[in-house]
Design a protein around this ligand. Structure first.
Ligand SMILES: *Cc1c(COP(=O)(O)O)cnc(C)c1O
Length: 433
């Protein structure tokens, strides 16, 4: 099974966290997202213990909430001792609602408004990851007005292309995020930050991409960041105490994807930082990582009901479901592959080649093309696997389709973590006159 929380029971049906998927679909309706709490916790612990083992004390993972943002998930990751990477006032408000310890929150983003900055300071966000010179000025001014000395990291662009593992001067330096090291602007950024009296510069941040299978690009990034830290020591007399190397570790979505050893990847990154520091004579900074996808993706399954199975003579077959790009836009956006199982026929052979389509008025509204699943018919329950990350958080109301609920499957029972949207939610903000 592609996810550890999946199985097949004696009735030949798919199970999710030990529950019969068909019964879950009956109990909660479809489409619906199901999240296995134990998998989320296990993923958190892998990162936490690997950093405890291979990085200096005070190193810890932050959960990148954009992967799946709701109060229940923040509660779980807070209990596991992670910090949070937040990128908007909405994500911050969600963490606040969960009672998240906001001193462990890191506020990202390349276009924070004055109102965003003020709100984040007022609710006690511990650290801002300052993206650019304009933000640095605005944050110093607003922190001064509010009478706080705000902790910050600086977002830098190390110029790594994760596809090639190599530094690419144009391309990755040409990014909307962060200040480039290559161009000499990053050192000016650090110099300016150190001179701000309402800001306390703790360290540096970079994030090189997402769904990266190999540790090599992270190792390259770590080496470039340590070399820059050395430049800071030599020219500014300042050594970063924190090195935040972002998120981006891949998830196995289909059998063809390689198995991923998160602990080994974390170890490789920490060793790169440690050995580069040893070579340059720098003290090893605390290391932060920001996994999003690899904390929640393989904890999630989406259940749908089949609405029609259409065989186009001489062409192909379409299986249409009661959701689609509105709850999972990833195939439409990136042609992302998924594993799909007919939950009520999970023990039957997967020999029916088909394209799985959503219900939107849009031919690009697909969940998979040319995949093999069990033969199915209207009324069957379809499970799309590994949908914990970037599904709910990227969902839309296109065609005025309500968003599905999130059900957390916990060892002590299931609960609705986010309610299903209704048509009255859909029209709630409309005015007519
Ligand atoms: C998206 C993002 C992450 C999380 O990336 P994953 O690929 O989901 O692990 C972490 N940090 C930053 C700054 C990001 O933009």
């Amino acid at each position: 099974m592609i996810q550890p929380c999946l199985g097949i029971n004696a009735d030949g049906r798919l199970t999710v966290a030990g529950r019969d998927a068909v019964s879950l679909a009956e109990k909660y309706g479809t489409p619906a997202y199901f999240i296995d709490e134990e998998t989320v916790r296990r993923n958190c612990r892998i990162y936490k213990s690997a950093l405890a083992k291979y990085a200096p004390s005070g190193s810890f993972p932050l959960y990148a909430g954009k992967a799946l943002c709701c109060a229940s998930i923040y509660r779980i990751v807070a209990e596991e001792g992670l910090g949070a990477d937040v990128v908007s006032p909405g994500e911050i408000a969600t963490a606040v609602k969960a009672g998240f310890p906001m001193e462990r929150a890191y506020f990202h983003g390349n276009s924070k408004t004055d109102a965003d900055i003020r709100y984040a300071i007022e609710v006690g966000v511990g650290t801002f990851v300052v993206d650019n010179f304009d933000e640095l000025e605005a944050l110093d001014r607003i922190a001064g007005e509010l009478g706080v000395r705000q902790r910050i990291l600086l977002r830098l662009s190390p110029g790594i292309d994760p596809q090639t593992h190599r530094k690419i001067i144009t391309g990755s330096v040409d990014s909307k995020f962060g200040v480039a090291i290559e161009t000499g602007q990053a050192i000016k950024f650090a110099q300016l930050a150190l001179a701000k009296k309402n800001l306390q510069l703790d360290g540096l941040h970079c994030h090189i991409g997402s769904q990266i299978f190999e540790p090599d690009p992270f190792v390259d990034a770590a080496e470039i960041m340590v070399a820059f830290a050395k430049e800071c020591v030599d020219t500014l007399g300042w050594a970063p105490q924190v090195l935040n190397l972002g998120g981006g570790f891949a998830v196995r979505y289909i059998d063809d994807h390689p198995h991923i050893d998160i602990e080994a990847n974390v170890k490789a990154v920490c060793e790169a930082v440690t050995s580069s520091c040893a070579e340059t004579g720098l003290p090893v900074p605390r290391i932060l990582l920001e996994p999003g996808r690899s904390i929640v993706a393989n904890a999630g399954v989406t259940l749908y009901t089949v609405g029609s199975v259409k065989h186009i003579t001489g062409y192909k077959s379409y299986v249409s479901v009661d959701g689609g790009m509105t709850d999972n836009p990833r195939y439409a956006l990136y042609s992302s592959p998924y594993t799909i199982i007919v939950a009520n026929r999970a023990a039957e052979p997967a020999d029916f080649e088909c394209t799985v389509a959503g219900r939107c008025c849009e031919s690009g509204d697909l969940l998979a093309e040319g995949i093999k699943i069990q033969r199915c018919e209207r009324g069957d329950i379809l499970a799309v696997c590994c949908t914990g990350a970037y599904n709910y958080s990227m969902a839309s109301n296109y065609n005025r389709i309500p968003r599905p609920p999130i059900i957390v499957l916990s060892p002590n029972g299931d609960y609705v973590a986010v309610e299903r949207e209704t048509n009255s939610d859909i029209v709630k903000l409309d005015n007519v006159r």
